[in-house]
Design a protein around this ligand. Sequence first.
Ligand code: SAH
Length: 288
Amino acid sequence: MTETRPLSGLPQGDWPVFPPGLVWLLGAGPGDPGLLTLHGLNALRQADVIVYDALVDTRILDWRRPDATIEYAGKRGGKPSPLQRSISLRLVELARAGHRVLRLKGGDPFVFGRGGEEAQTLVSAGIPIRVTPGITAGIGGLAYAGIPATHRDINQAVTFLTGHDASGDTPAGIDWEALARSSPVIVMYMAIKHLDQITQRLIAAGREPAEPVAIVTNATLPDMRVLETTLGTAAADIAAHGIEPPAIICIGRVTLFRQTLDWIAQLAGEPPRSLDPLGLAASRADTA
Ligand code: SAH
């Protein structure tokens, strides 16, 4: 059983106590610190040591206990990293030394973040863990761009894809024909580098070059940028606009809803570009 207690600064209720020797895997969300969960804040308030990744917004670290120590375990670039093993072993070491160890990861720890691997190492070593999910960039980042990952009129499925496999190449395990046929919306992480190959494969597998694509960089952060393009022109556009990671790439007609739902622009005073960017009102009237 988990011990709980009320915690000042958090809503009334009993919150899990962070016992020494436990590693708490926590998703920090895609950037905007406000997207951290209340369990996350509770964990931060109690941790002795925080081991955090490159994509974690460091403003979140300001909410730690004043005497907590922080360790950076970042790596970028999507290459298989020899560091991964040493990060896991460092977590084991810190836990065995009796610390309350917070492993803070960008987005959700179990979505393309190797949180699963770290958790496996910890459990194998007999270290108790707790896992708190975070808002993943592929959903939360799109929401900040005014793009719903699903919409009843467009897609009944969405696929999350990594832009490279464990060897750093375009993912080998994907059946591109099946993907192109079955998933009206494809949301890609870490896909900038291989976007040229990925878009060519999808087009070869039957997707329209004119299909709309949105590329969201630094999603949820003040310097967020959204590039609206198409499957056929996305790779060239990335080069032309000097787009750099981190970026979420969304392929599919849901991206057009941004013309109506770009709430950040609207809060800044801009009117919506269109109230019916997909022409759905007309088709609804037809079938009514
Ligand atoms: N666990 C994370 C993903 C880690 S992989 C999650 O659930 O979100 C790292 C990739 O996530 C980046 O290359 C990028 O594709 C995406 N990503 C993370 N944060 C992002 C952000 N603020 N804006 C755009 N993409 C982001």
